[in-house]
Design a protein around this ligand. Structure first.
Ligand SMILES: Cc1cc2nc3c(=O)[nH]c(=O)nc-3n(C[C@H](O)[C@H](O)[C@H](O)COP(=O)(O)OP(=O)(O)OC[C@H]3O[C@@H](n4cnc5c(N)ncnc54)[C@H](O)[C@@H]3O)c2cc1C
Length: 383
């Protein structure tokens, strides 16, 4: 045996990061999580604490004023915040989703402009979906056309996470309708650009603290150099982005599941029925063991996917989809079981597990539903 064998062990730096984020999350985010959900209000306390600590967008490279953290580190931040408040974990998660297209394909000037702003604390959203173009995102209708040196955007995007809070929006729009997916381009839009507006908040089952809104472009004029990459490459960039960000949704799901498991274990040790702690009943012990087993398996898959994405390995589609899909299915089943472990108490808002169960559901839907993830995996297997 060799105690220094480091394969399948996080580095000391990653463990130290987890400890630091967990401490911040317990102290500055957890106390507001129930209220944020109940009032469906944006978690400003979480945003301020994350920005102050530099945890709001750890993946931004140092040359743009960021932390320069790797993709596994970004997952650990999201996981630890989600363990106490899924709504708050969408701050680092969506800052990743919105900015990775620029990191992957943007010009140096655009990176300086937008990524430096994100590093300083501005938020960025990702706008791919439309009401009639969800799973089939390539059938989007939002248009962008040239006007002199500028671009003019027209259309409506929907389901945009953190819209209204974000300063920047990465927007996919059709520049050549004849070419379908190859006629889509990506743009960076600022909230002050003329012709840009946000709609009312959706009323949702979970992640109530994270605003989801439509965004409107009515003759929205942006400078020509705000295009992300070459014309016609926007859809490819959007899909490459998902290879890097689906593991982060997996991390969010693992965090939600871990939070529910922790509450369930503590409750089972404390609650007494038939003259014993309910944790002494084998029926509950088996449930807790299954929950923990699933969480650990999901975590390992997410970390492998994030590490492969960080290395820039080819063919990330299968592993990124597998990580997101499995972790979110685990989060749904573990949070549902956590409610069961708490019995009637679990069904009330006096305990956080009902919130965690409601929050878990979205991880099976966004960044591609789990049916779409299975399509991606099957395509990789059968090609
Ligand atoms: C809270 C929230 C936040 C979101 N945030 C963002 C965001 O920030 N940016 C963004 O761009 N989008 C965002 N989305 C959109 C999200 O990614 C879409 O909702 C998702 O991709 C599904 O699209 P849809 O809702 O139109 O469902 P549909 O595509 O209409 O799907 C309906 C059902 O049909 C199934 N289905 C569809 N096609 C197939 C197929 N070929 N085979 C088998 N089953 C299929 C789906 O799995 C699903 O079960 C968000 C959504 C929500 C609810």
């Amino acid at each position: 045996m060799n105690a220094d064998f480091d394969t399948y062990r996080l580095s000391d730096e990653h463990e130290a990061l987890r400890e630091a984020v967990r401490a911040l999350a317990e102290k500055e985010i957890a106390p507001f999580a129930a209220e944020v959900d109940e009032q469906a209000r944006y978690p400003v306390e979480a945003r301020d604490a994350l920005v102050k600590a530099g945890f709001h967008a750890v993946h931004i490279p140092e040359e743009y004023g960021g932390e320069g953290a790797d993709e596994l580190a970004a997952c650990i931040v999201i996981e630890e915040v989600a363990r106490v408040c899924a709504s708050s974990s969408l701050i680092p998660a969506v800052n990743g989703l919105g900015s990775i297209p620029i990191l992957l394909s943007g010009s140096e000037e655009l990176k300086q402009l937008v990524l430096s702003d994100i590093a300083r604390g501005a938020g960025i959203s990702y706008a791919l979906s439309e009401r009639e173009a969800g799973s089939d995102a390539a059938s989007m209708r939002t248009r962008a056309r040239r006007d002199g040196d500028d671009w003019i955007l027209d259309g409506t995007k929907c389901w945009i996470t953190n819209a209204g809070e974000s300063t920047w929006y990465t927007v996919m729009a059709v520049t050549d309708p004849e070419k379908r997916a190859n006629g889509i381009s990506a743009f960076a839009v600022h909230r002050d650009d003329p012709g840009f507006e946000v709609g009312p908040k959706e009323r949702k089952l979970g992640i109530a603290g994270s605003p989801t809104r439509e965004i409107y472009f009515q003759g929205c004029r942006i400078p020509g150099d705000r295009i992300i990459g070459a014309e016609g490459t926007g859809f490819k960039t959007a899909l490459r982005t998902l290879d890097h960000t689906r593991p982060t949704i997996g991390a969010q799901a693992v965090g939600i599941a871990q939070g529910a498991l922790d509450v369930a274990i503590a409750y089972a040790k404390d609650r007494r029925q038939f003259g014993k702690a309910i944790a002494e009943f084998q029926g509950l012990q088996f449930m807790l063991a299954d929950m923990a087993m699933k969480v650990e398996a999901a975590r390992q898959l997410v970390y492998v996917a994030a590490s492969r994405a960080e290395r820039g390995e080819p063919n990330l589609g299968f592993i990124s989809s597998a990580a997101k899909c499995m972790a979110s299915d685990v989060a749904m089943s573990v949070t549902t079981d956590a409610v069961q472990v708490l019995g009637g108490a679990g069904y009330t808002r006096d305990f956080p597990v009902e919130r965690m169960m409601r929050d878990a559901k979205i991880t099976q839907i966004y960044e591609g539903t789990n049916q779409v993830q299975r399509m991606v995996m099957a395509r990789a297997l059968l090609k």
